[in-house]
Design a protein around this ligand. Structure first.
Ligand SMILES: Cc1cc2nc3c(=O)[nH]c(=O)nc-3n(C[C@H](O)[C@H](O)[C@H](O)COP(=O)(O)OP(=O)(O)OC[C@H]3O[C@@H](n4cnc5c(N)ncnc54)[C@H](O)[C@@H]3O)c2cc1C
Length: 302
């Protein structure tokens, strides 16, 4: 008896074959604006139907692992990710999925509608990104925060170019460390404490329960400045370097070791988004710099 085997459906080109997306772009960008975006969109679509589809499958099949100790017993907390995850990381940078709205050329061409083109890039990139769309979104959030005028210019100059780099060799992403086990969506119960240090930087101590993109080079962490009151409005965002390479407190540690005071307890065993490393992270006097005035966070309604 002949067994029926479903023929493989030919993969659609997510840009050329998506009439709705193209008409949406035509409406929001105008024919000239859409024409200027076509090259970028077609290039990314070609990658998505080719190498990124394979990278997606590889990253989903090989979830990240946490190596807590080296063979000699030293704590190293290294997160190993698959080749597919690394390919997704490089493609996100190369195709400017985070960077586009921050690039002077793009702003010159599309103005504020550079966000529309970025949205279209994300629409093409996300479904076969093995959830690298998550670090991408958090890196964009961190970049937008760093652009606020009350962020120290030195901090902005040190980190923003890396977040919006289109060179995979230098581009980084960011985590966002908010959730704590006692709080969940009730951020007002956050207990991570920030203390100012003598040099103007801060030290954070607390436990973050659900940190995605745990392999990213930095994180925006919420903490309660020492002496601030209760509730969520006094919580302030701090930039925490994730690795020793970027921490002034690192004393001879390997560049890819966790920054002093940052401990990766374990990776989450999630029902979905398994290619994405999500971790429980402990902070113990970890180096941090405030993003804006910690006594007057941007959302405090001053
Ligand atoms: C895949 C994944 C990745 C994540 N990555 C990150 C990350 O990178 N960084 C980070 O900080 N967090 C991250 N989180 C955590 C996420 O933000 C929290 O799960 C979220 O804030 C909800 O908290 P909770 O799970 O404790 O649910 P809870 O807050 O306990 O909520 C449980 C239920 O109660 C409801 N509920 C809560 N409060 C109220 C209320 N006041 N009134 C009525 N109903 C209410 C909710 O709608 C929900 O149905 C991640 C979570 C997942 C699943």
């Amino acid at each position: 008896m002949n067994r029926f085997v479903q023929p493989v459906p030919p993969p659609a080109d997510p840009y050329a074959d998506d009439t709705l997306l193209r008409s949406w772009l035509e409406r929001h960008l105008g024919p000239g604006g859409h024409a200027a975006a076509k090259g970028r969109l077609a290039d990314l679509a070609a990658d998505v139907t080719g190498p990124l589809r394979a990278a997606h499958a590889d990253a989903e099949a090989h979830p990240p692992t946490l190596v807590r100790y080296d063979p000699w017993g030293a704590r190293i907390d290294r997160i190993d990710t698959s080749a597919g995850w690394q390919a997704q990381r490089a493609a996100a940078a190369r195709h400017a999925v985070v960077a586009l709205p921050y690039l002077p050329d793009a702003r010159g061409t599309w103005g504020a509608a550079a966000r529309v083109v970025q949205h279209a890039l994300l629409h093409l990139y996300g479904p076969e990104s093995a959830t690298f769309s998550c670090p991408v979104a958090m890196a964009d959030g961190a970049a937008a925060l760093l652009c606020l005028p009350d962020v120290d210019a030195g901090v902005r100059d040190a980190w923003l170019p890396r977040l919006v780099s289109t060179d995979p060799a230098t581009a980084i992403t960011s985590g966002q460390w908010m959730t704590e086990s006692q709080g969940g969506s009730d951020l007002g119960r956050s207990s991570t404490l920030g203390r100012p240090a003598a040099d103007g930087s801060w030290r954070l101590t607390g436990e973050k329960w659900f940190c995605s993109a745990a392999d990213a080079a930095m994180a925006v962490a919420l903490a309660r400045p020492e002496g601030a009151g209760r509730g969520s409005r006094v919580l302030a965002p701090f930039l925490v370097p994730r690795y020793a390479a970027d921490s002034p407190l690192a004393d001879g540690a390997a560049a890819d070791a966790p920054a002093p005071g940052v401990t990766v307890h374990r990776l989450k065993d999630k029902l979905g988004t398994r290619a994405l490393p999500t971790a429980e992270i402990g902070l113990h006097d970890a180096y941090a710099v405030p993003l804006g005035d910690p006594a007057c966070p941007a959302w405090s309604g001053r």
